[in-house]
Design a protein. Structure first.
Length: 135
């Protein structure tokens, strides 16, 4: 039964474009707008949310691969900087959960130390200065 559903879904998605970065972006913005609208109850916000989601799904099920890919490339080219900035910050937030970031007092080099190891003596890999920190 489950295999049958999976099979028919595979058949349905065959030759269709699927999800790309632009598609993900539209889905996320659509869901965020829909969520915000739970509190606002604004018609324009509601329409925008639906529009984003409808476009995202229409692109996903589209069979015009080249057109959809061109749209995605257009989107990627215009959002390179903001995506890089976002990825950098998200990576930093992820690291902060398990590591401390210390700055070397000698050369300002940033050093990553795992959390929960008690008091540790850190040797800077760049200038070899030693300093003690709690991790
Ligand atoms: Zn240093």
């Amino acid at each position: 039964m489950l295999a049958k559903i999976r099979n028919s879904l595979c058949n349905f998605m065959r030759g269709r474009y699927g999800l790309d970065t632009l598609g993900n972006f539209l889905l996320i913005i659509g869901v965020i707008l829909a969520f915000i609208n739970l509190f606002l109850g604004n018609t324009v916000v509601c329409l925008c949310a639906w529009l984003m989601l409808v476009i995202a799904y229409a692109r996903m099920f589209s069979k015009k691969y080249e057109k959809r890919n061109a749209e995605n490339v257009w989107f990627l080219e215009r959002t390179t900087r903001i995506r890089e900035w976002l990825n950098k910050h998200l990576a930093r937030i992820r690291i902060r959960r398990t590591h401390h970031i210390y700055t070397c007092p000698g050369c300002k080099q940033k050093i990553k130390i795992p959390k929960g190891k008690g008091e540790v003596t850190i040797t800077c890999p760049k200038c070899r200065i030693e300093f003690t920190k709690k991790s």
